[in-house]
Ligand binder design. Structure first.
Ligand code: CTP
Length: 407
């Protein structure tokens, strides 16, 4: 890519059962025109043999620094890569990478690479949660590597839990997003919290007051933040979308649950983005059993806490806070006047303002596209033209990244 040819990718494979899924990742990368060199560890070959990697990449496969020594592969492979992705990354491989060990070709490559490096860990839950692994992951993230959170699901045996390798298509999407940006991951080492979806305020076990937010924009924010290197927590309110790869998903239903989850996660966050549609009111009473039909029904509502405003009041030093707002102009002011007033009222740094369209819904509501003006507390206004929700998300992250204190 940097040399005008196809993007050069190194696919590192370490010794876990999920190595077989890396075969699919390799196919996706080569079929979409990437130049891929596979560097397995010796133990990865116990799961998937060298002929498979060689046949599908069209290149010889080596595991040690002792083959083809005249071309100095332990330096060349890393230096010439546009992206290194290690999938699966075992606990052992993460430990070696975090400590700079270099006892085979893959670990040497990791030390010489100057491009974005992605680790897709896969291991048993206990190994992932072990303090040693968590410390190694934190070290790698702080150094600018992208460590994708493992998925939750079936593990090697009959057991299940957190530790599964995310689906190859999702790892592929993280890789191509990083390559298309051609930058080092600018949110690496940052922890971001994104709320998405719409809250439901229950009247009884089967009925609720809700809204039509699909959560698509929030999910796009989470996905794109992963590709920019962030550790992402997604607080999802009633969203029917698959979990984005590499994201910790906290599911909530009501505004009060969303508030508790977001405030707890925000304590250690560098960025909080409130893209969820939070109900302003909830029924005073939630009946434990299904309401029976009556001639008429009056429901008394009480105001919900304003989560964004609370975040604005309690924000940590240097934390960047982003709100969303759907606005119309009226006799009291234009869309942007109302947006500016809301930004000040909520105490956020950025407010993504969607103009409510003629249908009565903001641009992008439920759809695949979105457009907005992002207002900044510094008086700025950035127009984001109609485009994909990922494009809007990336534009928001550009503005966020520019506001983060240098670490
Ligand atoms: N928000 C929140 N808590 C609420 C309501 C909204 O955190 N109880 C957040 C939303 O997630 C969004 C922003 O505040 O980021 C703006 O939401 P909006 O509904 O436009 O704000 P309101 O304060 O309800 O203003 P309005 O009177 O215009 O509805």
């Amino acid at each position: 890519m940097t040399r005008g040819g196809p993007p050069v990718v190194v696919l590192g494979v370490s010794g876990g059962i999920a190595a077989y899924k890396a075969v699919e990742l390799l196919r996706q990368l080569t079929e979409s025109g990437h130049d891929v060199t596979v560097v397995p560890t010796q133990s990865a070959l116990a799961f998937v043999g060298a002929p498979t990697w060689a046949a599908l990449s069209g290149k010889p496969v080596r595991t040690t620094v002792w083959d083809d020594v005249q071309s100095v592969p332990h330096v060349r492979i890393g230096q010439s890569a546009d992206l290194v992705v290690v999938a699966p990354a075992t606990a052992d491989l993460l430990a070696k990478a975090a400590h700079g060990l270099a006892d085979d070709l893959l670990t040497n490559t990791l030390l010489t690479a100057r491009c974005p490096v992605v680790f897709a860990p896969a291991m048993h839950t206990e190994m992932w949660e072990h303090a040693a692994t968590q410390a190694n992951v934190a070290t790698l993230r702080a150094r600018g590597c992208v460590v994708i959170e493992p998925a939750v699901g079936r593990l090697t045996g009959a057991d299940s839990g957190k530790g599964r390798l995310p689906e190859p298509t999702e790892i592929y999407a993280v890789c191509t997003r990083l390559l298309s940006r051609g930058l080092s991951p600018d949110l690496a080492g940052r922890r971001v919290v994104v709320s998405a979806g719409g809250t439901r305020e229950h009247l009884d076990p089967v009925r609720f007051l809700g809204n039509r937010s699909s959560g698509k924009q929030g999910y796009a924010l989470a996905r794109t933040a992963v590709a920019r290197g962030a550790e992402v927590v997604l607080v999802a309110a009633n969203v029917a979308l698959p979990d984005p790869a590499g994201v910790k998903v906290v599911r909530v239903t009501s505004a009060l649950e969303l508030r508790d989850a977001v405030l707890a996660e925000a304590l250690s966050a560098d960025v909080v983005v409130m893209s969820a549609a939070v109900a302003d009111y909830r029924p005073v009473e939630r009946q434990a059993t299904k309401r029976k039909k009556t001639d008429s029904l009056t429901v008394e509502l009480v105001q919900n806490p304003d989560v964004l405003a609370e975040l604005g009041r309690q924000r940590q030093d240097g934390q960047v806070l982003v709100g969303f707002a759907a606005e119309t102009g009226d006799a009291d002011g234009s869309v942007l006047d109302h947006g500016r007033a809301k930004l000040a009222r909520k105490g956020c740094d950025l407010l993504v303002v969607n103009e409510v369209g003629e249908t009565g819904h903001p641009t992008g509501f439920e759809g695949e596209h979105n457009a907005a003006v992002v207002l900044g507390a510094d008086g700025s206004a950035t127009d984001i033209p109609l485009g994909s929700k990922d494009a809007l998300a990336d534009a928001v992250w550009d503005l966020v990244a520019a506001r983060l204190p240098t670490s």
